[in-house]
Design a protein around this ligand. Structure first.
Ligand code: GTP
Ligand code: MG
Length: 196
């Protein structure tokens, strides 16, 4: 797959407004500010495809990108942002759960977590939901450039020890949008999900 050919298709306010449940979809999820949009831009080699921001909670809509007529990438809104009203948070958590349970075309979930504080409660809940729905998960430890090599390896080893606890198909990589560390691994996983 040539990820460079990704094109913005639409922004959906909730899962009911997504395109028809056909073809193959892979979604990017994670806490606000985890680096979802930056990872999508690194993957697609487009600096501005997905909006990035220093202000957490920037991506409120579900952004849909097409790779071909039957393959899509989904940038889900970040969760866990403190300043969002509780009501909005709960509504979003509910629809995230629904999306993972109901969306037939979803073939893989990329869960992005800052390498310095991975596997927060909502991250774990999301991974549990995916496993329950038989959706494979790639846990991506982002901003790996923020750690020295020793600390980075330790973080990866700790995460690799944690993931069997979820059961299901959950793997971990370290990643940096800044220096493209981990990009080949991200690409090969997405390739396999999108072409199966
Ligand atoms: P929301 O849309 O708010 O949920 O955030 P997001 O997960 O899409 O995060 P985004 O990609 O907008 O990145 C958030 C901040 O982290 C920005 O300031 C990015 O420049 C920074 N950032 C993202 N990836 C990396 C990385 O790999 N390394 C470093 N050093 N900074 C990063
Ligand atoms: Mg974003």
């Amino acid at each position: 797959i040539n990820f460079g050919q990704a094109q913005f298709l639409t922004s959906a306010p909730d899962i009911r407004k997504l395109p028809a449940d056909q073809g193959i979809e892979v979604a990017f999820a994670g806490r606000s500010n985890a680096g979802k949009s930056s990872a999508l831009n690194a993957l697609t080699r487009q600096r501005q495809l997905a909006r990035t921001s220093k202000t957490p909670g920037r991506t409120q809509l579900i952004n849909v990108f097409t790779l071909s007529d039957h393959q899509r990438l989904i940038d889900l809104p970040g969760y866990g942002f403190a300043k969002v009203p509780l009501e909005v948070k709960l509504k979003w958590q509910k629809s995230l759960g629904e999306y993972l349970q109901m969306r037939d075309c979803l073939r893989g979930l990329v869960v992005l977590m800052d390498i310095r504080h991975p596997f927060k409660d909502l991250d774990q809940e999301l991974i549990h939901w995916a496993v329950e729905s038989d959706i494979p998960v790639l846990a991506v430890l982002t901003k790996a450039d923020k750690l020295k090599s020793g600390a980075r390896k330790k973080a990866l080893m700790d995460a690799e020890e944690a993931v069997p606890g979820f059961g299901g198909d959950v793997r971990v990589i370290t990643f940096s949008s800044l220096n493209k560390h981990g990009l080949p691994e991200l690409e090969s996983t997405l390739n396999s999900w999108l072409t199966q």
